[in-house]
Write a protein that binds this ligand. Structure first.
Ligand code: NAP
Length: 199
């Protein structure tokens, strides 16, 4: 398969690349990293990326930003970071990317544990994660031509835990390699409308 991986040079992305690279042709994308440049917060940038890349069998996203801020201190502008990146960025990738998917292609997006297991300051990210998960479940029944869509909801990663441990007290981090297997299930399997929770 020809697979586009946005965020392919990131912590999760690299683990996904490791699992898929021997069996597939991978195209990695990032704002500055990878084979092709894209900023998911810009519709024009997503369109330009697909014009360069052309048709693919699978689209994977392992990127998305949010501002971590206690709700009592959060402004509408703070919340827009997650809306534009994690929420709309991923949904726009799916909406534009569907035109570039071959028959039986798939889309795999990324959410995260904090929508199910709240952490302080995580409400904005949780909002975006919940929106993406609901979009995936609902969009799956609209697609024809065998197009599938799923998302992966990782726990905090072992590889990221040093940076995030103050916010994730009592969480049991999961290795990136285990999270990557959920992306493999989405890309190489047959399921659709799923959220793979790797908790
Ligand atoms: N790490 C965790 O513990 C964890 C747990 C649950 C969920 N998640 C979620 O999983 C996603 C990936 O996490 P990660 O830890 O792998 O992140 P990461 O290590 O920071 O990597 C992010 C990757 O995405 C690219 N990227 C960032 N913003 C982008 C944008 N606007 N457009 C296109 N590419 C962009 C980056 O490359 P460039 O810098 O070149 O753009 C980089 O390759 C995030 O949404 C994160 O919230 C992470």
């Amino acid at each position: 398969m020809r697979i586009l991986i946005v965020g392919g040079k990131g912590t999760i992305g690299q683990a996904v690349v490791e699992k898929l690279k021997d069996a597939h042709e991978l195209i990695l994308a990032g704002r500055t990293s990878g084979d092709v440049q894209v900023d998911l917060t810009s519709v024009d940038s997503i369109e330009a990326m697909f014009k360069k890349v052309g048709h693919v069998d699978a689209i994977v996203n392992a990127s998305g930003a949010a501002k971590f801020q206690l709700v009592e201190e959060m402004t509408p502008e703070d919340n827009l970071v997650a809306v534009q990146s994690k929420l709309l960025g991923q949904i726009n990738l799916a909406l534009i990317g569907q035109k570039y998917l071959r028959h039986d292609g798939s889309i795999t997006l990324t959410t995260g544990i904090m929508k199910d297991d709240p952490i302080p300051g995580g409400a904005s990210a949780a909002m975006a994660n919940g929106g993406v998960a609901a979009f995936v479940k609902s969009a799956a029944i609209d697609f024809t031509h065998g197009i599938r869509i799923n998302c992966v909801s990782p726990n905090v990663l072992v590889e990221s835990y040093d940076n995030y441990q103050d916010s994730f007290k009592g969480f049991v981090p999961v290795p990136a390699e285990r999270v990557a297997m959920a992306y493999v299930k989405s890309v190489e399997g047959k399921q659709t409308g799923q959220e793979y929770q790797v908790y």
